[in-house]
Design a protein. Structure first.
Length: 566
């Protein structure tokens, strides 16, 4: 399929341009967005921008402080608006232009606050990404729910009229995402679909399921990304690749371009276990026939950007968007996935109470795929990994014969906070007891915490999902992280944190793997259901060997992940 245009073009292994230095430190090269002043010359625009900011910030601060914040105390942190207004730190809050200023911080406190909770803000967006994000925001506003363009397109879809967009559609095409499975899966799906929407000029709408609206703030200013309840196609969660409208059927038809014009929508099934024909989507360049479909409905449970990076049609644009290939999820997620105030309250209260005051923070994410009961071989794996990689100090089994004299506050021992997450509390109990019952060989103080132990996965239940989301964010606020292989929960934790994790290999035959873990080469999540097909030569291939920035994952030998080639 797709013999014309980009598909046949070769993938060249060009060196990536490096992003400029981190936004917090870089020079004035970075152009701050000032979207409310259209069409002025750069210098004039800068001056006008500055003047408006100078006049507006005291008013903004006054308004916010007078109305009070519904958000729990930040224990000594400056309020986000003050951080934004103060010269030296405004770039941190907006994460180098990733975020647009001016959204109401009271309705979504995390948007402008989360950067303050991170040491690691090393990855800033490049100018081109910032520009494309602003363009996508404009597209979302022009085409989103409530606009005439949306209603016309939805009406055409509801009456199952010919799928081809009409002249009055204002250039609006849509990608409706049906994220599913656990929350980690859904977050990876959202980041992936957003990138695809941006690459193909579609407005992204998300099926809200049971809990999504309670978990995430609206990411786009002045519009909603939530699929309206009146959306004419019902039971989206039940769609599969078997549907007559599926991409799978389309690529097997003789004349896909004609077929697509006769369909009200095209359904793309990217479940991790989807078929060879479903996965040909990863080689599609949209120009041949998919662009004719005003509605693309997509079901996915994973992180598919590594496959997009293998498609020659997107190569140039992806290179420009992400000169560093190992921070794609970090940037997409920090742009898109902001916890609601309720979830942010769970995050900040826990962080401020248990993690903030320690000298170092270690995250340990325990995900067990063999059942909900605790396993000794997994406890052994955690201790072997943290000991071998010197992430936690050894304990001294014997009490010292003479008890050390109390230390003065000024020379207090270093402290390490360990954040453990898991459905079960048994691993946490054991590790905490270890550091309670014996002193450490280094004299370090180790404090172990676990926010919840839900016992069973109950994805879709709002409170349960809120805790899961809070814990993924808390993991991302640590300085080093140990994760369980195969777990999308863990991928989100380290990906959001900009941390290359120590991945614990998935145990086989209920045995502790040897070695127990390994440092990952990048902070990117792993695509579990990759294509095994080379788009350029149109035949089967080992897709972990086609380009230097797409490699097999440490935890899943056939999976694919993005790395930044040295
Ligand atoms: P994966 O199954 O490990 O890839 O991760 P997912 O997040 O997609 O699905 C697992 C789900 O189980 C989570 O979304 C939570 O609902 C629940 N879960 C698993 N581990 C934890 C945990 O450490 N803490 C909490 N609160 N929930 C968890």
């Amino acid at each position: 399929m797709n013999s014309e245009g980009g598909i046949g073009a070769g993938i060249t292994n060009r060196p990536s341009q490096q992003c400029s230095a981190p936004a917090a430190e870089d020079g004035d090269d970075y152009e701050r967005p000032c979207p409310w002043i259209p069409g002025k010359k750069k210098k004039k625009k800068k001056i006008t921008c500055l003047a408006i900011c100078l006049i507006a910030s005291p008013i903004l601060i006054l308004l916010v402080s007078r109305r009070g914040s519904p958000f729990p105390s930040m224990s000594g942190w400056a309020s986000p608006s003050r951080m934004y207004a103060s010269k030296g730190s405004k770039r941190d809050v907006l994460m180098g232009g990733l975020l647009v200023p001016g959204l109401d911080e009271r309705t979504c406190a995390s948007r402008y606050s989360s950067a303050m909770y991170r040491k690691n803000t090393a990855r800033s967006p490049c100018r081109h990404l910032v520009k494309r994000l602003r363009e996508q925001e404009a597209l979302q506003r022009r085409c989103g729910p409530g606009t005439a363009a949306y209603w016309r397109a939805a009406e055409r879809l509801g009456s199952r009229r010919n799928g081809t967009a009409g002249a009055d559609d204002e250039g609006c095409k849509y990608l409706v995402l049906v994220p599913y499975r656990g929350l980690g899966n859904r977050m990876l799906a959202m980041a992936s679909a957003f990138l695809y929407a941006m690459l193909t000029g579609r407005a992204l709408l998300v099926d809200r399921g049971e809990s999504l609206a309670d978990l995430f703030c609206e990411p786009f200013p002045g519009t909603s990304w939530l699929l309206p309840p009146e959306f004419p196609i019902k039971n989206l969660q039940d769609l599969t690749g078997e549907a007559p409208e599926s991409y799978r059927n389309l690529v097997q038809s003789d004349r896909p371009a004609t077929s697509v014009s006769e369909l009200p929508y095209v359904f793309v099934d990217l479940d991790h276990g989807c078929t060879y024909h479903d996965k040909l989507f990863y080689c599609d360049d949209e120009r041949h026939f998919l662009h004719r479909a005003p509605w693309l409905l997509m079901r996915t449970d994973g992180y598919f950007p590594p496959a997009l990076f293998l498609n020659p049609a997107y190569q140039d644009e992806l290179d420009r968007l992400f000169p560093r290939k190992d921070s794609v999820f970090y940037l997409l997620a920090h742009y898109l996935l902001h916890p609601t105030n309720k979830v942010w309250g769970l995050i900040t209260r826990f962080y401020d109470s248990y993690l903030r005051d320690s000298d170092e923070r270690l995250g340990i994410q325990v995900r067990v795929f063999d059942g909900d009961t605790p396993f000794k071989h997994i406890l052994d794996q955690i201790t072997a990994c943290t000991s071998q990689e010197r992430l936690l100090p050894e304990v001294v089994e014997q009490e010292p014969s003479s008890f050390p004299a109390p230390v003065a506050a000024a020379t207090a021992a270093r402290s390490k906070a360990v954040l453990m997450t898991g459905l079960n509390s048994w691993y946490y109990d054991n590790i905490r007891s270890r550091y309670w019952q014996s002193p450490t060989a280094t004299g370090e103080v180790v404090r172990v915490h676990q926010p919840s132990h839900e016992e069973h996965q109950l994805s879709g239940s709002t409170t349960h999902d809120m805790k899961a989301m809070a814990e993924m964010y808390l993991l991302s606020m640590t300085d080093a992280i140990v994760t369980s292989g195969w777990s999308t929960f863990g991928y989100v934790g380290h990906g959001l944190g900009g941390l290359s994790p120590w991945v614990m290999f998935k145990p086989e035959n209920l045995t502790t793997p040897d070695p127990p873990c390994r440092r990952a080469v990048s902070m990117e999540p792993c695509l579990h259901g990759p294509p095994f097909y080379d788009c350029r030569v149109k035949r089967g291939a080992d897709t972990g060997k086609l380009v230097p920035h797409v490699r097999h994952c440490e935890d899943m030998s056939w999976g694919l992940k993005l790395v930044h080639p040295e």
